[in-house]
Design a protein around this ligand. Structure first.
Ligand code: NDP
Ligand code: 2IT
Length: 457
């Protein structure tokens, strides 16, 4: 018996290592993609020990290779009539669980590695929501900063002029991510309608409520992250009440994480953008942040004009030196490294909730886990956004729209379920309390079983 167990473990480890080695050789220049894959692969060894049938079907080599990667030229005219060219992407990763589903990111850093890391993680995140959605991601290296409204519109129209032929309400359903919100989704949706002559509102999510969008989609990722962290805290007989919280970023996810954390009685003392961070020891004024970011589209540095006691510091990583009980990284990938993690820990942090995708690098994750910090990994903690996107698809299909309260209640339940499923998987596979392993396994097993059911193709 012991001999069998040992050999199963060896087999599982050799299998995972072998697939990862090949992946490294084939994608040696794609650092973010390899990082996301490594984190998941390590977590899956205990699954392959218990499920040799997944090895036999070579599930890992199949799931790591996207169904297809579409890369295309986006040519558009700026306000000076100059022709600009950007690169567009859509990675259709897996439709085992439903139509490809995932956001579009417009940011100068976008490349194939970033879109693949996001698309790969999206498969498991989406499976965790319990909704019928597969995994995908897309975007462009277009930089929306400093562009006029008309330039944004022309870019979105040019982007959709190629993308439309690859998507559809039952095929692939994009949404927002960094640099893409309801305004951009509106322009993309308008162009899709013009090109297809069909009013298939379920082809995109994150639309404006009243024009096919779901109430509470805008709030969903930030609220969901706080709901998830609240579940972790409850399990440790704790809560947000009276806690000091630091949130990075000041975009869509950050704004609504701040809103819900404050509603739960926390004092949120800092937030940031890619230039620097603000610290307001009496607690952030959310209305000021909404006016700066949502109304004026301005920099977070201007916050000190609203609150004279607040301070602004250039640079992003310094935000993690502010002592806090709970940290919610909600800006971008790799914003917390090992050093920042150690600083947070030595300042007494109790819980981390990843609102952004892959905000903590592998060293940081290990520091948090080793120190016994409650750690809500991105795939689980920020799944509320895509979960409400799936609820938007359901409303679009039925032509019936739900109240804010109804959507929010469903979101809350989904986040509780994701927490319970991740916790249970961690226990079942021998890593109690490790939600990184738990979330990766809970998501993976659903997709792997779907792949077994479909057969090899
Ligand atoms: P937004 O564009 O609304 O906001 C992004 C925020 O992060 C801004 O404050 C931005 O600052 C900051 N930021 C972006 N890039 C960097 C960088 N390289 N370094 C430092 N700060 C940066 O995006 P979202 O709020 O929608 O997305 C934030 C994160 O959450 C991303 O990781 C995204 O993938 C993830 N996410 C988003 C979901 C959604 O529904 N929108 C769902 C799940 C996850 P600046 O303005 O200076 O660029
Ligand atoms: O990373 C994400 O989950 C998102 N950007 C949201 C995707 C979606 O389809 O709503």
């Amino acid at each position: 018996m012991t001999i069998t167990t040992v050999s199963n473990e060896q087999l599982a480890k050799e299998y995972v290592d072998g697939v990862f080695e090949q992946l490294k050789q084939q994608n040696s220049h794609q650092a973010e993609f390899l990082q996301a894959a490594e984190e998941i692969f390590i977590s899956l060894v205990p699954v392959f020990v218990q499920h040799p049938e997944y090895i036999k079907a070579n599930i890992l080599s199949r799931i790591i290779e996207p169904d297809r990667i579409i890369s295309f030229r986006v040519a558009w005219q700026d306000d000076n009539n100059q022709v600009q060219v950007n690169r567009g992407y859509r990675v259709q990763y897996s439709n085992v669980m439903g139509p490809y589903k995932g956001g579009l990111r417009f940011h100068p850093s976008v490349n194939e590695s970033i879109i693949k890391f996001l698309g790969f993680e999206q498969i498991f995140k989406n499976a965790l929501t319990g909704q019928p959605i597969g995994g995908g991601k897309g975007g462009s290296n277009f930089d929306p900063k400093g562009k006029s409204n008309s330039e944004i519109m022309r870019f979105c129209q040019a982007f959709m002029t190629e993308l439309y032929r690859h998507i559809g309400p039952d095929v692939d359903v994009p949404a927002g991510d960094i640099g893409v919100g309801a305004r951009e989704v509106g322009y993309l949706w308008g162009q899709y309608k013009r090109l297809t002559h069909a009013s298939e509102s379920g082809v995109l999510t994150g639309k404006t409520p009243g024009y096919g969008g779901s109430l509470a989609r805008k709030e969903a990722t930030g609220y969901g992250t706080v709901y998830f962290v609240n579940e972790m805290l409850k399990d440790a007989n704790d809560s947000f009440e009276g806690k000091t919280v630091v949130v990075s970023g000041s975009g869509n996810v950050s704004t609504y994480a701040i809103e819900k954390a404050q509603a739960y009685g926390a004092k949120v003392v800092a937030c940031s953008d890619s230039s620097g961070y603000v610290y307001d020891p009496d607690g952030l004024d959310l209305e000021a942040i909404k006016e700066i970011k949502e109304v004026k589209g301005d920099r977070i540095s201007t916050y000190v004009n609203y609150r004279p006691d607040a301070t602004y510091t250039e640079g992003c990583t310094g935000i993690w030196t502010i002592p806090c009980d709970i940290a919610l990284p909600c800006a971008t990938q790799n914003e917390i490294n090992g050093e920042s993690a150690r600083t947070l820990i030595s300042n007494g942090v109790k819980a981390i909730g990843e609102g952004a995708n892959m905000p903590s690098d592998l060293e940081a994750i290990n520091e948090f886990l080793d120190a016994g910090v409650l750690f809500g990994p991105a795939k689980a903690a920020n799944a509320g956004g895509v979960a409400v996107s799936a609820l938007e698809m359901a409303q679009d299909s039925s032509r019936v729209f739900w109240s804010f309260e109804k959507v929010d209640a469903k979101l809350h339940q989904i986040m509780k379920d994701i927490y319970a499923d991740s916790k249970a998987a961690a226990e079942k596979y021998g890593y109690p309390g490790n939600l990184v392993v738990g979330a990766n396994i809970a998501g993976f097993v659903k997709v792997a079983d779907g792949m077994l059911a479909e057969g090899v193709y």
